[in-house]
Write a protein that binds this ligand. Structure first.
Ligand code: FAD
Length: 291
């Protein structure tokens, strides 16, 4: 199929891009096109204008600065994956990106595009939520920062305004004494996962668990923090012998009904298994880093 007629806009600054969003009643942003182009071709989206970000400078800059990793919104997923400075600052990012589609798609797909698209099964929104990351959005009245926990609203829906453009994604540097894991189950490698889990686990000086941060994708209408699991990890008695019992607390977040891929009950069991695996791997890596 071919898309409906639209105006193609090629801004050379973020201000021009925002102005184009304001000028047209219904716009979409072309970042990597990996999700947008199929929706245009199938006429699931029929915008008045398509705003292509490729000539806007600075949107593919990546830098590690202090406690944060700053990633330009149009950074290719593959470039972030291969960035050794980013990997040294937070190895969970590369591990997560290995699960996003295939290298050919990551060569075109962008970090900001995936997060703005907000597919509930996508790995990068889940990673951002797990890490308490944030995004920067530019609109007609300037820039604002949005915490990950305030960003994801519903399936393919965020709190970005229709006249805003996501310009930067910020992931924290992984703290010391912290282990990490991204694990998921998909029918074939590269497919969207039936469920996925991002986790970090931080140890106290005496080797006990200080806290954990976990998020899941593919199990409800947005990526979701596994709060019950995190709370249980704060208990003084939390240790690896209780990981199975603690992981079982994740089951309640699943709201995806039975579908052609699997039943809801299967997805709950899957999530619990993935959480247990993520906890064990994170704990092992935290222990190795702490010694
Ligand atoms: P685009 O397709 O250009 O844009 C996507 C949407 O986000 C559009 O609505 C656009 O308007 C909006 N948008 C883009 N950039 C901005 C911005 N800066 N500000 C505001 N709005 C913006 N993803 C996964 O996470 N996991 C997978 O396993 C996976 N498998 C895939 C398999 C296939 C075969 C394909 C084709 C895609 C797959 N994807 C997967 C999606 C892929 O990762 C895309 O890169 C991702 O959806 C974002 O696409 P993009 O960067 O190309 O953004």
């Amino acid at each position: 199929m071919k898309p409906s007629r639209f105006e193609y806009v090629l801004p050379r600054s973020i201000e021009e891009a925002v102005a184009a969003r304001v000028e047209h009643a219904d716009t979409v942003v072309l970042s990597g096109g990996q999700s947008l182009v199929p929706t245009l071709n199938f006429r699931l989206s029929n915008p008045e204008a398509v705003i292509d970000l490729r000539l806007v400078p600075g949107l593919d800059d990546v830098r590690v600065e202090g406690e944060w990793i700053h990633v330009g919104g149009r950074t290719r997923q593959r470039d972030l994956e291969l960035d050794d400075a980013v990997h040294a600052a937070n190895p969970l990012i590369r591990e997560t990106l290995h699960h996003v589609a295939h290298p050919v798609i990551r060569n075109r797909g962008t970090v900001g595009g995936s997060i703005a698209h907000a597919d509930p099964s996508a790995e990068l929104p889940c990673l951002l939520l797990c890490l308490d990351g944030e995004v920067v959005a530019h609109g007609p009245s300037g820039a604002r920062t949005i915490d990950a926990q305030d960003l994801f609203e519903f399936i393919l829906s965020t709190t970005l305004e229709p006249d805003e453009i996501l310009t930067e994604v910020r992931f924290p540097v992984l703290p010391e004494r912290t282990g990490w894991c991204f694990t998921e189950f998909a029918r074939r490698h590269g497919d969207f996962a039936l469920a996925g889990v991002a986790a970090t686990l931080t140890l106290a000086d005496d080797g006990t668990i200080a806290w954990g941060q976990l998020a899941a994708c593919g199990v409800t209408t947005t990526p979701v923090r596994l709060v019950a699991v995190e709370d249980a990890l704060l208990d003084d008695a939390a240790d690896p012998s209780r990981f199975r019992e603690i992981a079982a607390l994740a089951a309640d977040v699943v709201t995806v009904p039975d579908d052609e891929s699997c039943s809801s009950a299967y997805r709950r069991d899957l999530l619990v298994g993935l959480v247990e695996r993520a906890l064990r791997t994170s704990w092992q890596r935290a222990t190795e880093r702490a010694t």
